[in-house]
Design a protein around this ligand. Structure first.
Ligand code: SF4
Length: 452
């Protein structure tokens, strides 16, 4: 399961302020949502400047580049290529024109009626098929072809044709706009800074730039920030919400508040539920860092079994790391995670992880722990079995490649060579929320009940 994308935007009335630097910090805080490309678009009211490239935020930008991006309105984007290949053309923000001038757009999500839209736009040029195949380019074309001179009207017309998941930040020479799809699949939040406002996929981006959390942008809402302040309009409607429950399990950063609840706190509650549903006698609880950590703490709290750090993660294995050759590939997991023998030796261990997609990592980790002297390894998973692929912006293997669809829990336990294996149940997972109803969530990758 790969994260989707992160979007960020800022408007400041103070034209002397270099908002590109604040945008850099914003997308740097959202790096966990996409590591393939990064970009910033900025304007001071006359024209829009865009700089984007393949790579991590810190690889794409430096002081010299940021100093050339002058302006008081900016948007930023980090990308994982869920639709379209990983090419420079598909990096964002995308610069385009509409009848009233220029705009830049950054998108998080996935549009499911792309084929129908492509046909409608007759976008059959080889160029479109080969390179500019990201659904975000289709959104830009819909805005471009709207014929509206007012960007807000052009956007309303364009997004009313979209089906799927979309959080958009758009910049023109005089305003910043944020839009969330009517089912609210992925998070988009509003913050306040001195002299203006910020919009971000997650509020973990706010603390670094001293922004104050204001509220979530509602499903179907369009928020516009210009020199007169903030305006809001409900432009799309839906009878239900379909918030991605995986944001809590894996995607979002633990210090973020997503759909009104803190991610770390929810993960702890999932761990507590897991301990109630799948108790086992053991000496220590360990996590698969980093996303398993809070669920492991919750398991420890509920079971009374002490939590210890039994695996160490090397944080420097990034996208640009030299890929292991055939001989090394077997040991690839060791590049990232290494057991602490002194802690795991002779222990009965409960290892908490967020999900099992293909089972290969779990199998290698169990082997590593046992080779380091662990007496027993009990694997606990803080999500239900992933049975179905996602169509809303998360990169999942095909149904055939998902282990949970092919094998029973017992067969997977045998394959990963764990002593016991337990997943949190979907009912149990849905019970841990305090501000959201079960029906507010998309759970399609577990249940197969697709909201669209
Ligand atoms: S299918 Fe799963 S990963 Fe995709 S949006 Fe729904 S809950 Fe999230």
């Amino acid at each position: 399961m790969k994260e989707e994308c992160g979007v960020f935007g800022i408007f400041n009335r103070n034209k002397e302020l270099n908002v590109a630097k604040l945008t850099f910090y914003g997308i740097f805080s959202l790096q966990h949502r996409g590591q393939e490309s990064a970009g910033i678009a900025v304007t001071s009211g006359e024209n829009i400047l865009v700089y984007r490239d393949l790579g991590l935020v810190s690889e794409v930008f430096n002081e010299r580049i940021l100093n050339t991006l002058k302006g008081n309105i900016a948007i930023g984007h980090v990308r994982y290529s869920t639709a379209g290949m990983n090419s420079w053309e598909n990096s964002q923000p995308i610069l385009n024109q509409f009848s009233g001038g220029s705009f830049a757009l950054a998108h998080n999500g996935h549009i499911i009626n792309q084929d129908e839209l492509r046909e409608r736009l007759s976008s059959n040029r080889a160029e479109d098929k080969n390179k500019r195949d990201a659904d975000s380019h289709l959104i830009c074309q819909l805005i471009h072809r709207s014929g509206e001179e007012d960007i807000e009207k052009a956007l309303e017309k364009a997004v009313s044709q979209l089906k799927g998941a979309f959080c958009l930040v758009i910049l023109t020479e005089d305003r910043l706009i944020g839009i969330r799809d009517p089912l609210g699949f992925h998070p988009l939040v509003l913050g306040k800074v001195e002299g203006g406002y910020v919009i971000s996929s997650e509020d973990c981006a706010f603390s670094l730039i001293n922004a104050e959390y204001v509220r979530e942008i509602q499903p179907g809402e369009m928020v516009v920030v210009d020199r007169n302040g903030l305006r809001s309009k409900q432009i799309l409607s839906s009878k239900r919400k379909a918030q991605c429950i995986f944001e809590y399990i894996y995607f979002a950063r633990p210090d973020s508040t997503v759909f009104g609840e803190n991610v770390a706190v929810v993960r702890e509650r999932i761990g507590q539920k897991l301990a109630q549903e799948h108790p086992v006698e053991a000496d220590i609880v360990i996590s698969v860092p980093d996303s398993g950590r809070f669920a492991a703490l919750g398991y420890s709290q509920a079971s009374g079994i002490p939590y210890q750090e039994g695996l160490v993660k090397n944080p420097y294995v990034t996208r640009t790391f030299i890929q292991p050759d055939q001989i090394m590939r077997e040991h690839a997991v060791k590049l990232k995670l290494s057991p602490i023998s002194e802690i795991v030796k002779d222990k009965r261990i409960i290892m908490v992880d967020d999900s099992i997609v293909r089972g290969t990592t779990s199998r290698k980790l169990v082997k590593l722990l046992k080779n380091s002297g662990a007496r027993e390894v009990h694997v606990r998973i803080s999500s239900p079995p992933v049975n179905f692929p996602c169509h809303y912006g998360i990169d999942t293997p095909t149904k055939e490649e998902l282990w949970a669809t092919q094998f029973s829990v017992e067969q997977i336990r045998q394959w990963i060579e764990a002593d016991t294996l337990g997943y949190v149940s979907l009912d149990g997972l849905l019970q841990v929320f305090q501000k959201n109803k079960a029906s507010d969530f998309c759970t399609a990758c577990f249940s197969g009940q697709y909201p669209i």
